[in-house]
Design a protein around this ligand. Structure first.
Ligand SMILES: Cc1cc2nc3c(=O)[nH]c(=O)nc-3n(C[C@H](O)[C@H](O)[C@H](O)COP(=O)(O)OP(=O)(O)OC[C@H]3O[C@@H](n4cnc5c(N)ncnc54)[C@H](O)[C@@H]3O)c2cc1C
Ligand code: SF4
Ligand code: SF4
Length: 417
């Protein structure tokens, strides 16, 4: 098997998720996160890296290593669920700020928690992402110090984003901050915590989504040209929000507006784009935020035990994974920042059934890469024996073989620039 010895190996073998932590560690003069021809955000090495910098990056990069949660995180009254990971408390809910609830991706849970942490002085800053002000179809990493700034990032960005670009600088500046990002961004921060003792004190909260994977930058362009437009015509590109799930909304520089429903964008087969996620997402061991303090997926409206995406007042789940997460959610409820109602694991099984298959097939998919002699990340403490058992012998074998075929077709290969 090829070993993972450099950033180039991580990127060229499809293991990078584009978090930006390597740029943060090495410095922007040495590594620059940029969108490549493949359409994802990737580190571009501008100057040779010192050996110790490479070693630190290999220790923190979620393309190299992800350690699952400590089962003790669930606490005495919680559960360590085979598929869903640690659940201390779980409720369905939304932001009590009705404007935020409307504008956000779902119920505004993540933004509400980010604002709450700043308002209560629990953190000095919030690390998150926002639609780029200069290239509206792209996404910038943001460090917000006021609730209004956090609110400006409410919305899902179904494309490349590198939220962790500023993390080391914030640690060096002695700031305490929360991260609102994807599960793999949270995994990167947990990895960093294993080599940098400042993380435990200075990053007290990680809040995340459930994640179906990150499409390439090309998808946004395909949606734009579907409307007969060029990228340069676009002034606003909103993937969802302004309703739940809300339309994929484009406004042009000459004042025209174009909307597509969520189902049209992601669930119809008569459009010229697909959900073209990066390879690393196909072997993601944790797309449900087991390593965060709180996971805030959509909490879809259900009809006949299936999620539907008809417009409704936005709703999330608040899944507290750690004591810090449990205390944060409880305090936000007590202070009226969020409103919640009961929710059960049985309902979770139905609402997010798509994540069960990915989870239980994960060990076989990683094994498939290894058997083809290609570099594979190390995923530990994700209950792999139990996942293989749940997949069943046939399912496990099929997942491994499917991955081996993908690797033979070069599905894990990616250009560096
Ligand atoms: C790529 C992607 C895939 C998703 N897949 C699923 C899924 O499979 N199932 C599911 O239930 N939900 C999924 N969602 C999450 C869902 O769309 C909502 O974002 C989530 O439920 C939070 O809703 P909210 O109202 O609390 O978010 P808001 O209050 O609107 O806040 C959104 C937050 O998400 C962060 N964010 C948005 N885009 C990115 C990004 N690209 N990288 C890092 N951070 C980002 C922002 O920093 C912000 O804090 C996905 C979102 C994204 C971006
Ligand atoms: S996953 Fe993050 S740390 Fe690893 S190479 Fe990609 S951007 Fe850098
Ligand atoms: S699917 Fe996993 S690896 Fe891909 S963006 Fe989501 S959390 Fe990251």
């Amino acid at each position: 098997m090829t070993s993972i010895d450099s950033l180039e190996t991580i990127v060229s073998h499809g293991l990078c998720i584009g978090c930006g932590l390597c740029e943060s560690i090495a410095g922007a003069d040495k590594i620059d996160m940029a969108i490549t021809s493949y359409g994802q955000m990737r580190p571009q090495v501008k100057q040779a890296l010192a050996d110790d910098t490479i070693e630190t990056i290999k220790a923190v990069c979620p393309g190299v290593l992800v350690n699952g949660p400590d089962p003790a995180n669930a606490g005495e009254h919680g559960v360590m669920h085979d598929v869903w990971g640690p659940i201390r408390t779980m409720t369905r809910g939304w932001s009590t700020d009705e404007d935020l609830r409307f504008r956000s991706a779902a119920g505004g849970a993540m933004t509400a928690l980010g604002c709450y942490m700043l308002e209560k002085g629990l953190v000095d800053a919030v690390v998150h992402v926002r639609a780029s002000t200069t290239s509206p179809m792209e996404t910038d990493a943001l460090v917000s110090r006021t609730p209004d700034e956090v609110r400006s990032g409410a919305q899902s960005r179904y494309g490349p984003a590198a939220p962790l670009r500023h993390v080391k600088q914030l640690l060096d500046d002695g700031l305490t901050f929360a991260v609102l990002g994807k599960p793999c961004d949270c995994a990167a921060i947990r990895n960093l915590g294993a080599v940098d003792p400042r993380v435990e004190k200075q990053i007290p909260y990680l809040v995340t989504i459930f994640c179906g994977g990150v499409p390439t930058r090309h998808t946004a362009s395909k949606i734009v040209s579907y409307h007969g437009l060029d990228d340069d015509d676009v002034e606003i590109f909103r993937w969802r929000g302004n309703g739940w799930p809300g339309p994929t909304h484009i406004e042009t520089t000459d004042g025209k507006a174009y909307d597509l429903t969520y189902d049209k964008v992601w669930y119809s087969d008569d459009v010229p784009w697909t959900y073209d996620i990066q390879f690393r997402c196909k072997i993601c061991p944790d797309a449900i935020g087991e390593l965060a303090d709180v996971s805030c997926p959509d909490s879809w409206v259900m009809v006949d035990d299936k999620p539907i995406h008809e417009e409704a007042p936005g709703a999330n789940l608040f899944i507290a994974r750690t004591k810090a997460g449990e205390d944060l959610v409880a305090a936000a409820i007590a202070d009226g920042a969020i409103a919640v109602e009961p929710f059960t694991v049985g309902e979770l099984d139905l609402q997010h059934a798509d994540h069960v298959t990915r989870k239980i097939e994960n060990p076989a998919r990683v094994r498939g890469i290894e058997k083809e002699g290609e570099p594979a990340p190390r995923f530990t403490r994700f209950r792999s024996a139990r996942m293989a058992e749940m997949a069943g012998a046939d399912g496990d074998r099929a997942a491994e073989e499917g991955m081996r075929q993908r690797i033979r077709r070069g599905a894990n290969r990616e250009p560096l620039t």
